[in-house]
Design a protein around this ligand. Structure first.
Ligand SMILES: Cc1ncc(COP(=O)(O)O)c(C=O)c1O
Length: 379
């Protein structure tokens, strides 16, 4: 993957001029900065960025320029990246399971905030991390609203979180709470349930928490008919934190990945074949930039253009869409509605694909050769 030296006005200008054979990710820094401003203005606390969702250096540099001063990091690679691109920014090591050597290295690199969801990992942290650091106990609830269940891997039950919070404070750490309602969480009430439970956990533990991290999970715009309601979620978080904690309201932190970065990238694929007027084969699929679709569903914010840049507007037809590899699971979920006048060689551009796209591309079957092109606008 490489970054173009030129800035194009939009994807169509690049596609008509360069006629690329491989998929292209178009990155609009102005869209990213505008989304960052939306979070910085609307969220009632510290906005941090979950680096895992898109660790491109240009993304981090633009977020830092927009005023993002904290980062959720999950590995030593991500910590090194932030130290290089956004020196001085806060780093929250919120992957609750780490090796001893990773913990020691993180301490050396200046990390002073760690999440935890088990006694065994808290003991490890206690052995290596100096007292005075922040330990954020991650808890989970069986609530719906997200694209899939994040609690299956991480998060203590409320009972265990109560014990951990108390233990962390007794060890001399600054005790906080954290949760993640699940990615692409479109139901604001998920945050309501989590924040009220956080207040109960703190109360039961007899601990006044320093901060409450309300996670990522903020939704991006994936379906034409469902616009994300970020401001509604921000307002609810603010109100419920006040109601639940009263005088003991902690400082709030959020750590969006998808909600911050998704809208600033579009992925352009090309139609390699329409097999006997039926199945569509693209030059990218679930082993590439579209990896997430089987997990969290189709994106219908799609635009189709001829190689000359003409917008295909024929009546939409539901199509089965395959990626380029020989694996039969390399198929987009369900059917994608595509214009009836689309032909081989056309570009199918998926909007809102900045999160968990570049980050997880594989080279399976020899595909996955992307370039990232900077554009002024994505439409
Ligand atoms: C601890 C943590 N914070 C934040 C995020 C970002 O989530 P999202 O991209 O849904 O905002 C993740 C995603 O896995 C995570 O594990």
């Amino acid at each position: 993957m490489g970054l173009s030296k030129t800035i194009f006005s939009n994807p169509t200008e690049f596609l008509t001029r360069e006629q690329p054979d491989d998929p292209v990710l178009f990155f609009a820094p102005m869209v990213l900065q505008a989304t960052a401003k939306r979070f910085l203005t609307g969220f009632p606390g510290l906005v941090t960025y979950a680096v895992k969702s898109n660790p491109d250096e240009m993304v981090v540099a633009n977020l830092a320029a927009a005023g993002i001063r904290g980062y959720d990091v999950a590995s030593i690679f991500e910590i090194d990246l932030i130290r290089r691109i956004a020196p001085g920014a806060a780093m929250h090591y919120n992957n609750p399971v780490r090796s001893r050597s990773e913990i020691a290295r993180a301490v050396e690199l200046g990390v002073t905030s760690f999440s935890v969801d088990s006694h065994s990992e808290l003991t490890k942290l206690h052995e290596i991390v100096p007292a005075g650091a922040e330990i954020a106990v991650r808890f989970k609830l069986p609530v719906n609203g997200a694209a899939y269940n994040f609690g299956a891997k991480f998060g203590a039950t409320a009972e265990k979180a109560t014990e951990l919070l108390k233990a962390a404070q007794d060890m001399g750490f600054v005790a906080s709470l954290t949760f993640h309602p699940g990615t692409q969480c479109t139901d604001p009430m998920a945050w309501d349930a989590y924040i009220r439970t956080a207040a109960r956990i703190a109360d039961d533990a007899g601990v006044r928490i320093s901060r409450l991290n309300v996670g990522g999970g903020f939704p991006s715009h994936r379906l034409n008919d469902v616009a994300p309601e970020l401001e509604t979620i921000f307002a609810l978080i603010d109100r419920v934190a006040g109601e639940a904690f009263g005088e003991e309201r902690p400082d709030l932190v959020c750590e969006p990945g998808r909600g911050l970065v998704a809208e600033s990238y579009s992925l352009s694929t090309q139609v390699r074949a329409i097999r006997d007027d039926e199945h569509v084969f693209l030059n990218d699929g679930v082993y590439g930039g579209l990896a997430e679709l089987p997990l969290i569903g189709i994106i219908d914010r799609v635009e189709v253009r001829s190689p000359e840049g003409e917008h295909r507007t024929g009546e939409g037809t539901g199509r089965i869409v395959f990626g380029p590899t020989c694996d039969s699971v390399d198929r987009l979920p369900g059917e994608l509605v595509l214009p009836g006048d689309m032909i081989e060689g056309d570009h199918v551009i998926f909007h809102g694909l900045g999160a968990y796209s570049t980050a997880t591309v594989t080279r399976f079957n020899g595909f996955g050769n992307f370039q990232i092109v900077t554009v002024m606008a994505l439409h």
